[in-house]
Each structure stands twice: as structure tokens, then as C-alpha cells.
Write a protein that binds this ligand. Structure first.
Ligand code: F1P
Length: 610
């Protein structure tokens, strides 16, 4: 989703801004722009509706200069994808603004400001920020006061950076509902919506909190909370790799991230899983005490993270004897739900900034959950900071919009949580041992599974001209079928639906014909015979099947059924193992179709608006 970069320095900051925008491209965007303020007060703007490279090319021919600057990648919400709607937005060539989020009362503000003579040149909600601040400046306030009074009139979510042509060398930034991080340099300072943007220039960051407004010059940073009190915020040294945004020899980030899974799963387990079981407090300080009182778990998440929560429900109930509900965050946050005594609220999110998931966490705090746990991949993210307990998945930066390694590390975390909760709720010793030994074998099994690539490439050829597809699984493989379908939709734009295969007869069987490929995930587990019956139901109706199966599952391939053998693995980790061939299948189908694998149309990596 939208990205922000801002800088104040002594040198020309244009390179810093453009490099920052490139490093934010992965979040998804449809247009971009830069505003540059020179020492003599000249304010320039360059915007484009193409890739950031287009902006770079325009600027290369234009000799853009500025010691203060703001830049933005836009993911359209209000107003189409046009140059006029791209950020930065100006008010009368004096105030320049970039903004992530949505100003919900922008219509009212727009009418009021227009009536006062402020002229709008875009259809965006963001432009109201520029004019509102300008109005406050016209009333004699300085830039900090102008932003502080302006934000009081905004309803909705914003992360915004404002500069004033008459106040060179200063930017004022405000955060409410949309993250902002200040980067500290030597004799220069920066701001961005994501630390990734600033890693080439600094590793020292201040993560702003909700309601914060910060006044930034090249030598000073002053932060005020939502009540206007001056506050100190901790400076954090980032350990995110500088070159995390480099795809190396891989053709796409997604492929690199698929192949990183053995390593990042190993990292996620490291020092947490010992030979005898879990180390103490792996879910955060005091976690063991908190978890010992938990009798019920409510999981809330979106997208791929939601699928990991769905899988966890099978594990927590089957092995750990803990009752578990799971719900999509955008539903949970807007309905009344009943909170069981001793309930733990678990949020799952790669980014830790997904607006609906954050809102669900905030709601849960008001309605009586005993504690909250975030399973998340981004240290310092809002979800991590606002939860009682946090477990970091150590997947490293995930750049491909379609989530892969974040998902399998989330599942790894949930198997460890199953051990932690199971220990307190009478989990069978044999199950404990099975999960420990399965987790120990997991990184090597993932490596082995990635070697079946060739078979999947061939299969993708048969698939690429199809319009629709059906994914089937049973038990803890049902969410994996859902995740497989989501991957295919996201990056190849083929319509894909997932069903628990026992549900076939209740409707979807009507769809089966030879134009509807059916993908089946079939580990050798207690539901195998049931699954085989479902497969026969499809075969009897002329369906073409692609079965990912354990070789001991004894599926025989023929004209209507392609069987792809997946390495044998222990039952608890089968959902993680079977995820990989489905990720590869979508990847190769997308390659053949020629779609933008890492930045699929209409999607964003971090969904910071609802
Ligand atoms: C949730 C999510 C991702 C998906 C896409 C959009 O994000 O739905 O699963 O791949 O990137 O957002 P998160 O809460 O896990 O960061």
C-alpha cells in the first residue's frame, strides 16, 4: 500500500528519496511523486503514474534539487490513477503533503475549505490536509502548531509528512492509524512509512506511536503525544539486513522467498526448540505464566495469515486440548462476540500493520480478553508494540506481495504454541514427542520438498490457459487448499476456489468438467480413504485432477489424474510441507502467463487502510 519517504539534510536529498521509494515498491502502488524544497525556498514537484523508474528517468533529465524533500508511492483509494491525484499534494504552491491512510470526513472538509477559497486540483482526500494546514499557517501558526491543530479535525487514518516552502529545512509528521518511523542520521534526518526505505542511510529508528506529531530538522527531532506533551521515544537499532531488498540471482522475490523457507524456519526454531521441548518464555516475557491460565483461544487475522490461524485451530484442539475460534479481522472488529473466560486473543500478521487486525486487537482489549499475543514478522510494528506477548517469526523481509515464507514460519510458531499450551492442558506425551521430532525434521524436509520443482513446472503448462480451478483438502489440509487457491488467484489471476473435500457433494460438484482442473492435497493421514472417495466422485464426472500425494498414499496416475509425489513427512508438519508445491505451482503458472509476480495488479503488501 502507499509508501512515504521524507528527508531533511544539507546535501541534495533526491537520491535518498528515490532509493527509498524503490525499496517501498514491494508494498504495491500505482503512481509516485516527489516534492523538493531548495535552500532559497523554491518548491518543485515531479509525479508519474508509472513505476518509480519512470520518476527516476524524468528526474535524471530534470536536474532536481532540494535539501528538504518528501516522496510517495500511491495506492489509489479516493480518485483514479492520474498524475493529478498522485502525491505530494500542494496548497497554493506553499504547503506540500504526502499521506497514507484515509481522511474519512474529507468531503465536509473539502466543502468548507473550498468555501474559504482554497482551490482543489485533485480528487483525493489527501489534498484536504494540505489546505487545512495552509489555513492554519495563514492564521499565524507555525508549521508544528498548524499540523497539531489540523490533525484534530481529521477523522480516519493518517501517516502524513508536511513541508512549508516558507520554512526550509523542516518537516512535521503525524501518525494516527498509519505507521511512521523516523530515521536518525548525522546532520540529516529522515522519515518513512517502513524502515526498509531508510536502511541505506541509517539503522537508528524511532517508531512513532499513535497520535504522535514530530517536528524534524536536520539537527533536531522533537516529538509530542496526542495531547501535545513533549515525549521521549526510544531509539531502536535495527537488525534488519540492509540488502534484504535484493533478489540476488532469483528471477523474482517470490521465488527467492519460497526457497528461503528451510532457512527461515530453522531461524524461527533456533534457541526456542531444544531437544527436550520448548525453552522458557518463547512467547515473550512472562508468557509461561499467562499461558498457564488460558482455556480458550481466539485467533484473528487477514489473508494468508488467516489461513495459518485456520490450520492452528486443528492443532490446538486436536493436540493441545484448547478450544479455539478463528475469524477474519474485518468481520471480528465490527460484530459483537462473546468472550469466554480465560481467553487469549492471538493476532497473526506478516507486517504487523494490517489495519483490520490492529483494530481487532484494540477492540479485544476493551471486551475482556485475558491477554493478547501477536505472531508477527516485523519487530517494532504496531501489533507487536500493542500486544501483551509477541512471537517474532524471523522470516526476514518479505518483499513479494503474495506471502510465502511468512506463512510457513507462522505455522512453525503455531506448532510451538501447541506445545506450550498442550503442556498446560494435558497433551498426550506421545503427541508432544511427535510434534518435537516433526519440528526438528522440518527444515530438512522443506529442503527436500523444494527439489520437486521440475514436475510442477510441467504441470503449470497444462494449467496456464484455464479460467477456473478448484482446490480440495481435508482436516488440517483444508486451510492449505485455501492458501493454495489464494496464491493462484493473487499472482496468476485464475479464479480459484477451495473446498473441504467432504463438502463437494453439497454444491461444487456441479462445476466439474474437463475445463476445471481440480488440485488435491493428499498426505497419508487418517482422512486419506475419505479423500480418495471424494477424488473418485470428481473422476466419475470427467474432472481432471492434480494430486499432491505422499507416495505411500498409493494414488495411481492416468489420463485424468496427474500424481505429484511429495516427500513423506510426519503428520504434524504435513500442512507446512504441502504448502510448498502449491506456492511453486502458482509461481510457475504466473510465469507462463507473464503477470507481475511480485506486485500483482490491485494488491498491496501491507494493507494499512480498512
Ligand atoms: C495480510 C495480507 C497478506 C497478503 C497480502 C495482503 O497481511 O492479506 O496475507 O499476502 O500481502 O495482506 P499481514 O497482516 O499478514 O501483514
Amino acid at each position: 500500500m502507499c509508501g512515504i519517504v521524507g528527508a531533511v539534510g544539507e546535501r541534495n536529498v533526491v537520491e535518498i528519496l528515490l532509493e527509498g521509494l524503490k525499496r517501498l515498491e514491494y508494498r504495491g502502488y500505482d503512481s509516485s511523486g516527489v516534492a523538493l524544497l531548495q535552500q532559497d525556498g523554491t518548491l518543485n514537484r515531479i509525479r508519474s503514474t508509472g513505476k518509480v523508474q519512470e520518476l527516476v528517468d524524468i528526474i535524471a533529465n530534470d536536474e532536481a534539487l532540494g535539501t528538504t524533500g518528501i516522496a510517495h508511492t500511491r495506492w489509489a483509494t479516493h480518485g483514479g490513477v492520474t498524475v493529478a491525484n498522485a502525491h505530494p499534494h500542494f496548497s497554493s504552491d506553499r504547503v506540500a503533503v504526502v499521506h497514507n491512510g484515509i481522511i474519512e470526513n474529507y468531503q465536509t472538509l473539502r466543502e468548507q475549505l473550498s468555501a474559504k477559497g482554497y482551490v482543489f486540483s485533485s480528487d483525493t482526500d489527501t489534498e484536504t490536509i494540505a489546505h487545512t494546514v495552509h489555513e492554519a499557517l495563514d492564521a499565524g501558526k507555525d508549521l508544528l502548531e498548524a499540523v497539531q491543530t489540523s490533525v484534530k479535525t481529521f477523522h480516519g487514518a493518517y501517516g502524513t509528512v508536511v513541508i512549508d516552502k516558507e520554512d526550509v529545512g523542516r518537516m512535521v509528521v503525524a501518525r494516527s492509524g498509519s505507521p511512521l518511523v523516523i530515521g536518525l542520521g548525522l546532520g540529516e534526518n529522515f522519515v518513512a512509512s517502513d524502515q526498509m526505505a531508510l536502511l541505506p542511510v541509517t539503522r537508528r529508528f524511532i517508531f512513532l506511536e499513535e497520535g504522535d506529531v514530530a517536528d524534524i530538522t536536520r539537527r533536531t527531532i522533537a516529538i509530542y503525544d496526542k495531547d501535545g506533551n513533549a515525549v521521549e521515544r526510544e531509539i531502536i537499532e535495527s537488525n534488519v539486513e540492509h540488502d534484504a531488498g535484493d533478489k540476488g540471482a532469483y528471477r523474482h522475490y517470490m521465488l527467492k522467498e519460497i526457497h528461503e523457507q528451510p532457512v527461515v524456519v530453522r531461524n524461527t526454531l533456533k534457541d526456542r526448540l531444544t531437544e527436550n521441548g520448548l525453552a522458557a518464555d518463547v512467547f515473550g516475557n512472562g508468557a509461561d505464566d499467562i499461558l498457564s491460565k488460558i482455556k480458550h483461544v481466539q485467533i484473528v487475522a487477514c489473508g494468508t495469515s488467516y489461513h495459518s490461524g485456520m490450520t492452528a485451530r486443528y492443532w490446538l484442539e486436536q493436540y493441545a486440548n484448547v478450544s479455539c475460534n478463528i475469524e477474519i479481522a474485518s468481520e471480528f472488529r465490527y460484530r459483537k462476540s462473546v468472550v469466554h473466560p480465560n481467553s487469549l486473543l492471538i493476532t497473526i500478521s506478516q507486517s504487523g500493520e494490517t489495519a483490520d487486525t490492529l483494530a481487532a486487537l484494540r477492540l479485544a482489549k476493551e471486551i475482556g480478553y485475558s491477554a493478547s499475543l501477536a505472531i508477527c514478522n516485523v519487530p517494532g510494528s504496531s501489533l507487536v508494540r500493542e500486544s501483551d506477548l509477541a512471537f517474532m517469526t524471523r522470516a526476514g523481509a518479505e518483499i513479494g506481495v503474495a506471502s510465502t515464507k511468512a506463512f510457513t514460519t507462522q505455522l512453525t510458531a503455531f506448532l510451538m504454541l501447541t506445545l506450550a499450551l498442550g503442556e498446560k492442558n494435558g497433551m498426550a506425551e506421545s503427541d508432544t514427542q511427535d510434534i518435537i521430532s516433526a519440528l526438528q525434521s522440518l527444515p530438512a524436509k522443506l529442503e527436500e520438498t523444494l527439489t520437486i520443482t521440475q514436475g510442477i513446472e510441467d504441470l503449470a503448462e497444462e494449467f496456464a490457459d484455464k479460467q477456473h480451478s478448484l482446490f480440495l483438502g481435508r482436516g488440517d489440509q483444508y486451510p492449505i487448499a485455501m492458501e493454495g487457491a489464494l496464491k493462484l488467484k493473487e499472482i496468476s489471476y485464475i479464479h480459484a476456489e477451495a473446498y473441504a473435500s467432504g463438502e463437494l457433494k453439497h454444491g461444487p460438484l456441479a462445476l466439474i468438467d474437463d475445463e476445471m482442473p481440480v488440485i488435491v492435497v493428499a498426505p497419508n493421514n487418517e482422512l486419506l480413504e475419505k479423500l480418495k472417495s471424494n477424488v473418485e466422485e470428481v473422476r466419475a464426472r470427467g474432472g481432471i485432477m492434480y494430486v499432491f500425494a505422499d507416495k505411500d498414499a498409493a494414488f495411481k496416475g492416468d489420463d485424468t489424474m496427474r500424481v505429484i509425489n511429495v516427500p513423506h513427512c510426519e503428520a504434524p508438519i504435513a500442512p507446512i510441507i504441502y504448502t510448498l508445491p502449491l506456492q511453486l505451482l502458482s509461481y510457475y503458472v504466473a510465469l507462463i502467463k507473464g503477470t507481475d509476480v511480485d506486485q500483482p495488479r490491485n494488491l498491496a503488501k501491507s494493507v494499512t487502510v480498512e
